[in-house]
Design a protein around this ligand. Sequence first.
Ligand code: GDP
Ligand code: MG
Length: 444
Amino acid sequence: MFEGLSNKLGDVFDKLTRRGALKASDVSEAMREVRIALLEADVALPVVKDFIAKVSEAAVGEQILRSVTPGQLVVKVVHDHLVEMLGAEPQPLRVHGNPPNAVLMVGLQGSGKTTTTAKIAARLTRLDKKKVLMASLDIYRPAAQQQLAQLGQQNDIATLPIVFGEQPVAIAKRAMNVGRTEGYDVVMLDTAGRLHIDEALMSEVQQVSDAVNPGETLLVTDAMTGQDAVNVAKEFHDKVGITGIVLTRVDGDARGGAALSMRAVTNTPIKFLGVGEKIDELDAFDAKRVAGSILGQGDVVGLVERAAQVIDQEEAEKTAERMMKGQFTLDDMANQIGQLRKMGDLKGLMGMMPGMGKMKKQLANADIDEKKIAHQEAIIRSMTLRERRNPKLINGSRRKRIAAGSGTTVPEVNRLLKQFETMSKMMKNMGKMGKKGLLKMPNI
Ligand code: GDP
Ligand code: MG
């Protein structure tokens, strides 16, 4: 998906990468092309303007970084802003409150509501082990209720028995009652759509919403309709109040503009992408992945990652420098542990520090226990700033408090402090001996 934009931006960045130093004029020229690419991808104009303004500002400001080419830097800035705009944190469904949790599915006719209702129900059943009941409130389209019942049968998901002639609000209330009495965790309500937004549609959705007080109101929109989908989203957001968006038919849309502007215009997270007709063709929305596809999976994202690594490395070098001078603090230790977790590879981290090559072999044999590392990080985080700067302060009662705060035990806190002491001594020695120093690392 999103190939159109990806290729366009790829060209733009190719040009930039081959150019020399990054000047303000370079940024603005690149942004002109980014702007055209975004508009061609069907991103709404105000969203494009806002994006370009933010990214340009950040790009010019960030010039100071060493060892990153101008092109890499711009790519990183554009990528980061795309991710930020799309929503950096994944947003899981809010279905974990007091059962039954109602999920209201709204949108225009043919957007994929019924299909998506079943897809989400199947996902909640399989992945989250939820007991899910589905009910169709679509009494207008012939056989709409049967369509949902059939999807339920095919995929082993319960549906509310159909009562002929019952009105939508009454169906919704009955579904919630059944949900309550029969112990369902989630009740998914599939509403009717119209071909266009109209008052009758909106007021019906509002009434249902008032009756069941849903934890989630998901707007289902068709990515293929591009700019129209954005208008639909705005309308539903203003009139009904939506908590999340599902973009369907992403399998057929090569532009991706709808995802970008929908998020910006409604400030509502995109939760899922429909990527086909089958029950399992639903992806959790992942901003990084989508931004990656927009920028192009291959070269460009690779460049971004390398650029980010360089930044990490500079950070590590600074720490190493301080360590050699004997200014190693508990904060540095927490920092190291954090990086360790990020990379999941101690060798990688030590490899970045000058003069530590020889330790790699010892480290290769070290037993890295994920849980232990997480505990160590928690212990340091439970200390006050003063304690971290001056570990001598940490007496018996403080140790107890830190253990409680980090969900660990006093012996664990003792061990960490001991380890810190050893490391700190070692760093001082190493500083004295210079980079040739051959030392034994304590076991982490
Ligand atoms: P509703 O009117 O909003 O309930 O829409 P339906 O769920 O009945 O879907 C209308 C059509 O779109 C059906 O043929 C679905 O199979 C199809 N559809 C739904 N989601 C997707 C998707 O993500 N990709 C593709 N290719 N088709 C989809
Ligand atoms: Mg339907």
